[in-house]
Design a protein around this ligand. Structure first.
Ligand code: UTP
Length: 504
């Protein structure tokens, strides 16, 4: 039997014969390409995949988790609001681990960013800061700075390898962008990009979606595809060779992310944790974020839709939400835990159905872009490994300092270029004021503390190469700084020179 006959038969038995509907209209070259794609697909598993997608998308919310849920206990929780001496202890521990090359960062950057709606990876997005830096550049500079902080503390010359999980959509443009930008002056061999797997998208009635006449609409398998991708690309072996013991995993879209955060790393290491999650306090019970809690005694992220409103609204003695630990997809893993997951648990991860707008070709061959969700993408989530942890910890951080994600295009109420730009510049204004400087507006009037945080922030941006998290700004004390302000290495030198010459 020919390859085509075999594929036809498998598609038939999976109830997916429509996939070859336009076969005769394809050129020979297109046919060959399509056939290769189809041969690579696990056609045996396709039927099951389509049925599972349909079932998951149709399943009514059963709300069965409530009786089995309990909040994470205080013994396993740390906080960025702890006493300064405690924070310094954790930070010291984190910097020590970094200085010994035991810490890596791992970026989840395989998503399609459909809500933001740009045709390139989200990390390449310029959110409109005065410096016009992209998310990737900000992150690269934070790596530089935290390496420098560790080196200065421990007289080392350390490296934080940067692992970047991409997908078919994001790999090539990300590689090209890094090359064009000279890898942001990081060592190219310390930036390791690898690709996650793709799976077919499915209509609500269980049919694989055709993106064009000779191509199935594929989607990355969710950020929980990380664990399979680690195996596919031997990433854990690479980590082991480099001596990496701890991995900080984060999402591409959080403009405030503290890469390789020494405080978080130090907290997790000093607790002997194999797995940890940073969380922020939920702003209100109905905020649609997952909550880190325990279910039948095991750590888990429970989605907003899996909890009854009355449970989400429960409050403790101080009026605080009982289930307030909002997951921000910012995690600590020991390498050995990742190894365990890769070897024993990765195939047990739950599949979640996401309803998305998937461009498709209709039965008449017309290419269409749907206005409403028309397809199901099955995704695994990175946090679904929490129940496998033997020593799980939670670290609560202050939202305005550490979490502001870019999800939507401007015009949406939340998580837009405007909101993330504002969060960053507001944070930098706070740092400048805390360092004892004041900011001047265009008329030379002091602004500073009287400005409330708003969508029209004071234009004040500090390069991560100058300060990682507000430290090292003593030189600003007593200065009056004109806005818009970009405090980078060059302007810092000028300020230092002026100080030296007594001009300030
Ligand atoms: P989101 O869930 O926000 O998805 O991803 P997204 O793809 O970026 O955006 P939408 O939903 O299409 O608008 C959270 C993080 O997980 C990564 C994203 O790149 C982002 O850093 N991610 C998501 C992956 O790495 N792979 C995936 O398959 C999905």
């Amino acid at each position: 039997m020919s390859r085509l006959e075999q594929v036809k038969q498998s598609l038939d038995s999976a109830g997916q014969a429509h996939v070859l509907r336009f076969w005769s209209e394809l050129s020979e070259e297109q046919q060959e390409g399509f056939l290769q794609d189809l041969v690579l697909l696990d056609l045996q598993a396709l039927k099951e995949h389509c049925e599972a997608a349909c079932r998951a998308a149709a399943a009514p919310n059963s709300c069965t988790l409530d009786p089995d849920m309990e909040p994470v206990p205080p013994e396993i929780t740390g906080s960025a609001r702890s006493d300064p001496e405690v924070l310094t202890r954790w930070e010291d521990q984190g910097l020590l681990q970094i200085s010994k090359n035991r810490v890596a960062v791992l970026l989840l950057a395989g998503g399609q960013g459909t809500r933001l709606g740009v045709p390139y990876p989200k990390g390449m997005y310029d959110v409109g800061l005065p410096s016009r830096k992209t998310l990737y550049q900000i992150q690269a500079e934070r790596i530089h700075k935290v390496q420098e902080l560790a080196d200065r503390r421990h007289s080392s010359k350390c490296t934080i390898p940067w692992y970047i999980m991409t997908s078919e959509f994001t790999l090539t443009p990300t590689q090209t962008f890094f090359k064009e930008n000279n890898f942001f002056n990081l060592e190219p061999s310390d930036i390791i990009m690898f690709e996650q797997r793709m799976i077919p998208t499915v209509t609500f009635d269980g049919k694989v979606i055709l993106e064009s006449k000779g191509k199935i609409a594929m989607a990355p398998d969710g950020n929980g595809g990380l664990y399979q991708a680690l195996v596919d690309h031997k990433v854990l072996e690479d980590m082991e060779q480099r001596g990496v013991e701890y991995v900080h995993v984060y999402c591409v879209d959080n403009i405030l992310v503290k890469m390789a955060d020494p405080v978080f790393i130090g907290f997790c290491v000093s607790r002997g944790a194999d797995c940890g999650a940073k969380v922020v306090e939920k702003v209100h019970p109905a905020e649609p974020v997952g909550v880190v809690c325990r279910v039948r005694g095991l750590p888990q992220v429970v989605e907003y839709s899996e909890v009854r409103p009355e449970t989400a609204q429960l409050r403790g003695p101080e009026g605080e939400l009982v289930y307030r630990a909002g997951n921000i997809c910012n995690h600590f893993f020991s390498r050995t835990f990742l190894q365990d997951v890769a070897e024993k648990f990765k195939d047990d991860l739950k599949q979640h159905a996401a309803l998305k707008k998937v461009p498709y070709v209709d039965s008449c061959g017309n290419q269409l872009k749907p206005a409403e969700p028309n397809g199901i993408k099955m995704e695994k989530f990175v946090f679904d490994v929490f129940p496998f942890s033997r020593n799980f910890v939670v670290f609560e951080v202050i939202r305005k300092d550490e979490f502001s994600p870019l999800k939507n295009a401007d015009g949406a109420a939340l998580d837009t270029p405007t909101t993330v730009r504002t969060s960053l510049m507001d944070q930098h204004r706070r740092w400048v004021c805390a360092a004892g400087a004041s900011l001047l507006d265009g008329d030379g009037n002091e602004i500073g503390a009287r400005i409330s945080e708003s969508t029209d922030p004071v234009k004040c941006e500090i390069s991560p190469l100058v300060s990682y998290f507000g430290e090292g700004l003593e030189l600003l004390k007593g200065t009056k700084l004109q806005t818009p302000l970009i405090l980078d290495e060059k302007t810092t030198k000028v300020l230092l020179g002026q100080r030296g010459s007594g001009q300030i």
